[in-house]
Write a protein that binds this ligand. Structure first.
Ligand SMILES: *Cc1c(COP(=O)(O)O)cnc(C)c1O
Length: 458
C-alpha cells in the first residue's frame, strides 16, 4: 500500500485548550458586540483569526532565544539576521522593525507624499492604511479573474499588466513612488503571483522609472506555488525561487510573523544605500536604533532561524497541504470556498453562503459569529467591514468578494482540528436558510474600523 502523507516534524511541547458550551459562546459573542476581535482567546477553541504571529517555533528557534545578544548596538543577533537576509533574500541593507506595519510606516515616511499614487495587487489593509493616512491613493490593479471565487487560475494574485501600465502612463511618474506587489495576495484570498508576472511588473517599473517594493509576508508560500505550478520551476529549490523573486525588487517590507514563523517582528530590505540612510532616520524615531529597531536580540536570532526553516520545501509542503485538506473537506460538504485554495487560509464565500443577506448587513461577519457559536472556531471577516468607508464620501465600500477567512497557524493544529472546523462549518451551512438578517453597526472608528467595531443583530 502507498504510505499516506505525514508531517515532517514531531511535537515537543503542547498547550492545553479550554472548551466552552454553545450556550456560553452565544452570550460571550453577544458581550463582545459580535466582534470576534473582542473575544478572550481563552474562550476560543480553535483560533483561525490569523496566521500572524501564531505559529509554533521550532526547537532551534527556541535555542536562538537562549543565545540572543541583547546589546543595544552591534548585537551578534543583529549580524546573524543581517546575514540571513542577505543570504536568503539578497538584500544588502536592512532595518529591523517591531512588525510589518512598522516597516511600512518607516519606508512610506520616506517615499509617500500627499497626492501620490501607489498601484499594486490588492494592498493589505495596514498597507492601504499607511498610504491613505498620508493622503495618497492605493490603486488595485489585480487581474479580474481574482474576483471570481470559483474560477480556477494558478496565479490569481497577479497584476493585470495593462491596468498597471495605464496607471503608470497616465500619471506623472513623480507621483508614483513605487508599485507594491503583495506575495501572496492576502486580500484576494492568499493567492500567489507568478514569477512571469513579477518580472513583467519589474519591467514596467523600470520602463517608467519607479520602484518595485514587495510586501513580503508570505513570500515563501508564494515560492512554493511557483515551484508547483509555474513552468520551469519544478526542479528549483524554494531558496532559488525566493532569490529570483526578490531579484526583481528594489526593496521589501516584511511581517516576520507570517512566513518567518516568529511571534513578533518585521523588517525592511533595501538595495539603495541612500534610501536606507533616509529610512534609518525614521527607524530611529519610530522603532529604535538601527541594529535592533523594535526587536530584542533573541527575537532577531529566532527570526534568522525562521527565515531558513520557512524556506524549506518539506515544511512548506506540510503547511500548504494542511490548508488544502481543510478546503477539500469543506468543499466536499458543499460549502462555497474560494478556489484554488490559498496558501495560508481557506476563504468561505459569504455571498454564496448567505445569498439572501445583502452586503450592507455584513454576511461574512454573520458567518464568523455563527461559526464561533457553533464550534468555538474563530475566523475573520474579509469583506465590507474590512473594506471600510470611502475616505471622501464616507459611504461603505462594497468589495467584490465578501469572505470569511479561516487562517491556519503554522505547525500548530493537527488534521483532527481541521476535521472539527469543517464539521462546525457544515452545521452552520445546513441551517443557512434559518438566518433571516445580518448585522448592523452600533459604533466604529474612523480608520481600520474592523478591529473595534461594535455590532448588533438586526
Ligand atoms: C500581516 C501583513 C502586513 C502587516 O504586518 P504586521 O506584522 O501585522 O504589522 C502587511 N502586509 C501583509 C501582506 C500582511 O499579511
Amino acid at each position: 500500500m502507498d504510505l499516506p502523507y505525514a508531517e515532517p516534524f514531531k511535537i515537543k511541547s503542547i498547550e492545553m485548550l479550554k472548551r466552552t458550551t454553545k450556550e456560553e459562546r452565544y452570550s460571550l459573542i453577544k458581550e463582545a458586540s459580535y466582534n470576534l476581535f473582542n473575544l478572550k482567546s481563552d474562550y476560543v477553541y480553535i483560533d483561525l483569526l490569523t496566521d500572524s504571529g501564531t505559529g509554533a517555533m521550532s526547537d532551534k528557534q527556541w535555542a536562538e532565544i537562549m543565545i540572543g545578544d541583547e546589546s543595544y548596538a552591534g548585537a551578534r543577533s543583529y549580524y546573524k539576521l543581517k546575514k540571513a537576509i542577505k543570504d536568503i533574500l539578497g538584500f544588502e541593507y536592512f532595518l529591523p522593525t517591531h512588525q510589518g506595519r512598522a516597516a511600512e510606516n518607516v519606508l512610506f515616511s520616506v517615499l509617500v507624499k500627499e497626492g501620490d499614487i501607489v498601484p499594486g495587487n490588492s494592498h493589505f489593509d495596514t498597507t492601504k492604511g499607511h498610504i491613505e493616512f498620508r493622503k495618497a491613493i492605493a490603486v488595485d490593479c489585480t487581474i479580474e479573474e481574482a474576483f471570481d471565487s470559483t474560477l480556477i487560475h494558478p496565479f490569481k494574485g497577479n497584476v493585470d499588466l495593462e491596468k498597471l501600465e495605464k496607471v503608470l502612463s497616465e500619471n506623472p511618474i513623480e507621483k508614483i513612488p513605487m508599485v507594491i506587489m503583495t506575495l501572496t495576495n492576502n486580500t484576494s484570498g492568499g493567492q500567489p503571483v507568478s514569477m512571469k508576472n513579477l518580472k513583467g511588473v519589474s519591467e514596467l517599473c523600470k520602463k517608467y522609472g519607479t520602484r518595485l517594493i514587495i510586501d513580503s509576508a508570505r513570500f515563501a508560500e508564494n515560492a512554493y506555488f511557483i515551484k508547483i505550478r509555474e513552468e520551469g520551476y519544478q526542479d528549483k529549490t524554494i531558496k532559488d525561487i525566493v532569490k529570483e523573486t526578490f531579484s526583481y525588487a528594489d526593496g521589501m517590507t516584511m511581517s516576520s510573523k507570517k512566513d518567518a514563523i516568529v511571534n513578533m517582528g518585521g523588517f525592511i530590505g533595501l538595495r539603495d544605500e541612500d534610501l536606507f540612510k533616509q529610512a534609518s532616520t525614521f527607524n530611529i524615531i519610530y522603532e529604535g536604533f538601527i541594529t535592533y529597531g523594535g526587536m530584542s536580540g533573541r527575537d532577531m536570532g529566532a527570526l534568522a532561524q525562521g527565515l531558513d526553516e520557512g524556506t524549506e520545501f518539506d515544511y512548506l509542503e506540510s503547511r500548504i497541504k494542511q490548508v488544502a485538506y481543510l478546503g477539500q473537506k469543506m468543499k466536499d460538504y458543499g460549502i462555497p470556498v474560494m478556489e484554488p485554495f490559498g496558501g495560508h487560509a481557506i476563504f468561505v464565500d459569504a455571498k454564496k453562503f448567505f445569498p439572501h443577506i445583502p452586503q450592507s448587513e455584513y454576511p461574512a461577519q454573520l458567518l464568523g459569529v455563527e461559526l464561533y457559536v457553533e464550534g468555538g472556531v474563530r475566523g475573520v471577516e474579509i469583506g465590507t467591514l474590512l473594506a471600510d468607508r470611502d475616505p471622501v464620501t464616507r459611504e461603505d465600500r462594497y468589495p467584490k468578494l465578501e469572505l470569511l477567512r479561516l487562517a491556519i497557524p503554522r505547525r500548530v493544529y493537527t488534521n483532527n482540528h481541521m476535521d472539527y472546523i469543517a464539521a462546525s462549518m457544515k452545521n452552520v451551512f445546513d441551517r443557512r436558510n434559518e438566518y433571516k438578517n445580518g448585522l448592523k453597526i452600533l459604533s466604529e472608528a474612523p480608520i481600520m474600523r474592523h478591529f473595534t467595531v461594535k455590532l448588533d443583530k438586526i
